[in-house]
Ligand binder design. Structure first.
Ligand SMILES: Cc1cc2nc3c(=O)[nH]c(=O)nc-3n(C[C@H](O)[C@H](O)[C@H](O)COP(=O)(O)OP(=O)(O)OC[C@H]3O[C@@H](n4cnc5c(N)ncnc54)[C@H](O)[C@@H]3O)c2cc1C
Ligand SMILES: *[C@@H]1O[C@H](CO)[C@@H](O)[C@H](O)[C@H]1NC(C)=O
Ligand SMILES: *[C@@H]1O[C@H](CO)[C@@H](O)[C@H](O)[C@H]1NC(C)=O
Ligand SMILES: *[C@@H]1O[C@H](CO)[C@@H](O)[C@H](O)[C@H]1NC(C)=O
Ligand SMILES: *[C@@H]1O[C@H](CO)[C@@H](O)[C@H](O)[C@H]1NC(C)=O
Ligand SMILES: *[C@@H]1O[C@H](CO)[C@@H](O)[C@H](O)[C@H]1NC(C)=O
Ligand SMILES: *[C@@H]1O[C@H](CO)[C@@H](O)[C@H](O)[C@H]1NC(C)=O
Ligand SMILES: *[C@@H]1O[C@H](CO)[C@@H](O)[C@H](O)[C@H]1NC(C)=O
Length: 650
């Protein structure tokens, strides 16, 4: 066997030669899940095709060089094949595909189809149950194509109690999904999409805010059932030795938290229990209530298993495909490959203090006094984040004159009640001095999971499923806006103006920084962050029953893009110097300048190179994903950029 040193290895990679020592392959192969051991090579694919009695042309399924040059596929006006096109695969080919998959191909029936007469499956009771549970995240997760933000799917089959008022159509739902239970099926789906020039979508939980897990005319890879998890008390792989969890692509953060807790450790995930861990969350960087101790979730990922656009099953780690490894940690989902599992390092069991309370304007608390109390909170973001803490709060108003601030919760990992009380004392004293009544419910928890469980984890409907009543957006504010008194005043005025104009505001104090000191694609805005704001433009009501109208969605989207986001951008521009930006995972699909805003200018240039190297044909596409500026979804006028239309090159 040829031995190469690490520096020789890097030099060879730089020369464009893929070099793997057998030791590397050994290292990762021993940790594969059973569903990952079930993957294809050239030989095993040939055998599979032979043994499964496939009758049509096998060119659709193999690893061979793509038919049609990259140039042709990426030529202006060239489109992904759409149902009804001459090039759309015949029923016989789809039948063969299903055979190769072992029957795991599902033809899409939109989740709310029983609410309509036109598909011949009208069922009053089933429809009523779907309407009633529409806000339940698990309803959407257990369906192959349903998503949490139906606006971006095109709302072509919303639950309704009027079965004849409109027809249920596929809209932005994929045409078929592969209900994946092994890596082989992912490879077959990617090969088929690449060879037949089909649009390809990946859906895990469907939490995505921008339509990234939808796509008209697409084939979808549905990873929901890849639920394996393994805890390693002592794992040794290139670049890491220590306790770790290996997490399957379909595992939710709640499932991961429970597993970590069972083994006496803590793991990094988000606040919504039903979000997937190894899919969009890690791909976007992943902020977490423990970010004040450890940084972003992606900073702790030590290796990933991935199927790339050429159908190959590979490892991404510091030593294998290091550039892919860099991109998969922060560079966005559905762009470079399908991740089948993630190995993350885990952390010691951490005690947590949580505190929940609310204060409002009232007969005794004037608007001015309320804002003094809120200002005092913001003034303490530097000591609060320096002490490793995090919060989730809401600032509600109906008129722009009455306000309710709710801190639910202030989350202080690695604190005692005493250290927490000392930390918040200056703020609490100020509230008392102002005469603002408040009653903190402060509790000590021995570990992360019980603290999580007692706060966000006690409300599984935090995500309000498919029935949101707003169009989403967000902004990340940097610490430097707190360090300069002028910038602080401008920033706080922006928040004041936003709120006093009658708009809702949700937010966090949190500073992930680069606490693990790693080099990955996490947005630079998170490295500087001190606060993360969830901004949204309200709709007249929740997205159900074919409401709101297209023009109401357009009005809200325009309001978000033209009025709500710009003042925040003005105080923290989306440049390396301005240190502002939006979080790609919770952003708005119509945001201008998203490349710099979501990824950072420098990172974007590097990510685009990696994208084009690993996926030269653009087998993977998602709105606002790296490389997507070369594509367009023609969806007509739906009030927002939806995925309900044909995907073509610009
Ligand atoms: C209520 C709520 C709370 C949230 N809280 C947090 C939080 O605390 N911290 C945080 O960082 N984020 C949070 N998010 C945002 C969340 O991280 C994103 O919505 C994320 O994209 C969800 O990923 P998913 O895999 O569950 O969803 P999906 O919609 O299934 O996928 C999201 C994207 O990732 C792609 N993708 C999915 N699986 C794979 C895969 N295996 N390989 C490659 N690409 C894949 C999809 O194609 C899509 O582009 C929250 C979201 C909601 C709705
Ligand atoms: C539903 O589709 C049928 C068949 O295309 C059409 O005749 C009918 O007008 C449609 N109904 C509505 C309400 O759009
Ligand atoms: C998907 O496959 C799993 C087995 O992995 C099976 O249990 C489940 O019922 C399937 N779901 C659908 C919707 O077909
Ligand atoms: C206002 O303050 C008075 C006197 O302290 C108290 O009796 C009253 O309950 C307070 N009202 C509200 C709405 O808090
Ligand atoms: C938690 O606090 C202890 C004691 O103050 C300290 O030694 C340890 O480093 C802290 N852990 C983290 C992750 O900051
Ligand atoms: C989480 O909370 C539920 C009740 O809300 C409780 O039954 C369960 O035991 C809790 N789990 C942990 C680990 O605290
Ligand atoms: C910031 O605003 C506060 C409150 O309005 C004011 O007292 C202070 O002088 C301002 N600071 C600067 C630098 O403008
Ligand atoms: C807040 O609004 C006022 C009045 O409309 C305006 O003069 C001021 O410039 C705004 N401040 C910021 C920071 O946007």
């Amino acid at each position: 066997m040829v031995q190469v040193s690490y520096s020789q290895f890097l030099a060879l990679v730089a020369m464009g030669l893929a070099v793997y020592t057998s030791a590397h392959v050994q290292d990762t192969a021993q940790y594969l899940f059973p569903y990952e051991r079930n993957h294809l090579t050239h030989t095993s694919l040939r055998d599979l095709i032979k043994s499964s009695g496939v009758s049509t042309k096998t060119k659709f399924f193999n690893f061979d060089k793509e038919k049609g040059s990259t140039k042709e596929r990426l030529k202006s006006g060239s489109c992904k094949v759409f149902p009804g096109d001459a090039a759309w695969p015949s029923q016989a080919v789809w039948g063969d595909f299903s055979k190769l998959l072992g029957g795991a191909l599902i033809e899409t029936i939109p989740i709310a189809a029983p609410c309509y007469e036109n598909l011949g499956i009208f069922d009053r009771e089933k429809c009523a149950a779907i309407r009633e549970n529409w806000a339940d995240p698990y309803l959407h997760e257990s369906d192959p194509t349903s998503v949490f933000f139906p606006i971006y799917q095109g709302r072509s089959c919303m639950p309704t109690d009027d079965p004849t008022s409109s027809n249920c159509t596929l809209g932005g739902f994929p045409v078929y999904s592969v209900n994946v239970s092994n890596v082989q099926q992912i490879q077959l789906a990617i090969n088929f999409a690449r060879n037949a020039n089909l649009r390809l979508v990946i859906k895990n939980t469907g939490h995505d805010y921008l339509g990234k897990s939808s796509g008209a005319g697409a084939l979808s890879i549905w990873t929901h059932n890849l639920k394996d998890m393994t805890f390693y008390p002592e794992l040794t792989i290139p670049g890491y030795s220590g306790p770790a969890l290996k997490i399957g692509a379909g595992v939710t953060v709640r499932e991961m938290y429970a597993k970590a807790h069972e083994h006496g450790v803590s793991a990094l995930g988000g606040i919504c229990e039903s979000v997937g861990y190894a899919g969009g969350y890690v791909a976007g960087g992943g902020h977490t209530p423990l970010s004040g101790l450890y940084g972003m979730a992606a900073d702790h990922v030590m290796a990933l298993e991935v199927v790339t656009a050429d159908g190959r099953f590979v490892t991404a780690s510091p030593e294998e495909n290091p550039d892919l490894f860099w991109a998969l940690r922060g560079g966005g989902g559905a762009t470079y490959g399908v991740v089948t599992s993630v190995i993350t390092r885990v952390h010691p069991k951490t005690p947590v203090v949580t505190s929940q309370f609310t204060f409002s304007t009232s007969a005794n608390v004037s608007t001015e006094t309320f804002w003094e109390g809120l200002r005092s909170y913001f003034e303490h973001f530097i000591p609060f984040t320096d002490a490793g803490t995090y919060s989730w709060w809401t600032l509600m108003t109906t008129t722009g004159k009455d306000f309710t601030f709710t801190l639910d919760p202030f989350f202080a990992p690695n604190h005692t009640i005493e250290s927490f009380n000392a930390l918040v004392k200056p703020w609490f004293d100020r509230l008392t001095e102002l005469g603002i009544p408040f009653t903190p419910n402060t509790k000590f928890h021995t570990a992360f999971y019980p603290a999580y469980n007692a706060t966000w984890g006690s409300d599984p409907t935090l995500s309000s499923g498919g029935s949101v009543s707003y169009v989403p957006g967000n902004y990340i504010l940097p610490r430097k806006n707190w360090e300069s008194p002028d910038l602080f005043n401008a920033t706080f005025s922006t928040i004041y103006n936003h709120s006093t104009s009658g708009r809702l505001l949700f937010g966090y104090h949190q500073a992930p920084r680069n606490r693990a000191n790693v080099d990955n694609a996490v947005s630079p805005a998170f490295r500087h962050a001190i606060s993360f704001l969830i901004l949204s433009a309200g709709l007249p009501g929740p997205v159900v029953d074919n409401k709101p109208t297209v023009s109401q969605i357009k009005t809200a989207t325009d309001d978000l893009i033209n009025n709500i986001l710009p003042p925040f951008r003005a105080v923290a521009p989306e440049t390396e110097q301005g240190q502002g930006g939006s979080y790609l995972n919770e952003a708005n699909a119509d945001q201008p300048n998203w490349q710099a805003s979501f990824y950072g200018e420098k990172n974007y240039a590097r990510l685009l190179k990696i994208k084009n190297r690993y996926d030269p044909l653009h087998v993977f596409y998602a709105p606002t994903a790296v490389g997507s500026e070369g594509w367009e979804v023609s969806d007509g006028e739906q009030g927002a950029q939806t995925q309900n239309g044909r995907l073509c090159r610009l």
